[in-house]
Design a protein around this ligand. Sequence first.
Ligand SMILES: [Cu+2]
Length: 291
Amino acid sequence: MRWIAVALLSLLSLPAMADGVPRDGALGFQPAASPLMEEITSFHNILLWIIIPVTIFVLALLIIVAVKYNAKANKVPSKFSHNTMIEIVWTLVPVIILLFIAYFSFPLLYRGDVFPDVDEAEVVNVKAQGNQWNWTYTYTDVIVDDYPVEFVSNPIHRGLPDEPEGTADAPRNLAVDLPMVVPVDTVVRVQTAASDVIHSFAVPAFGIKTDAVPGRLNELWFLANETGTYYGQCSELCGKDHAFMPIEIRVVTQAQYEAWLERVTGNSVEDARQYLAEITNESPVQLASVQ
Ligand SMILES: [Cu+2]
């Protein structure tokens, strides 16, 4: 009974959550923060309306058969082996249901692969390189002294000596020292690669997941439509610290993004980090329910 209560409560409280953090006891997806994830969530909800009746129908058939046709209740079993009509029905009906699902599913599956038709000048390009065990983010459009801006995003190991100050509330195994920062309502192209083994770049609130493969450049895109802090994790088993290479993305306003860029390009990552802490204090991330 308890999990039913938790499920109902988590459904009721869904709209109140703003940031992309996993919650204790939650069911379903994190709240969508991109148009793609909104579509994935509504497709998932449509599927529930199909799956639940199918499950109830099959369960009902099983119960009817078990009760009505068991050896005690039905001592003389019928001997027929074929019924053309019923075989046509139980083949056609599932085919129609599956075609209906595929009709919505396939375009959605490839939506993330097709880059939207936008002005290249307005796209933010970031390369995400997976390493054992952290991510290197390269802002390929932002050049300082002939080199693109690049920094390593390390997880915050809470309780260990290298824990940075003021991060006591940061979600465990999700927060990083230097997050990827992108502007809101802007198409972001992420090119994934890896320096050692295969990793995978995934952020549930944006509905994105793409492998990061050594010697290969994969591409994904997202558009975050709400400012906030969003968390993801490496999603391809990559070694002993696989569970400790989180992804943190800060979605900020265009003005904040430009201010952050100015600090990064001023060659001071520490300054940029400080700035992020400042704007976090202005609108703190709600993490009260995170353990
Ligand atoms: Cu991994």
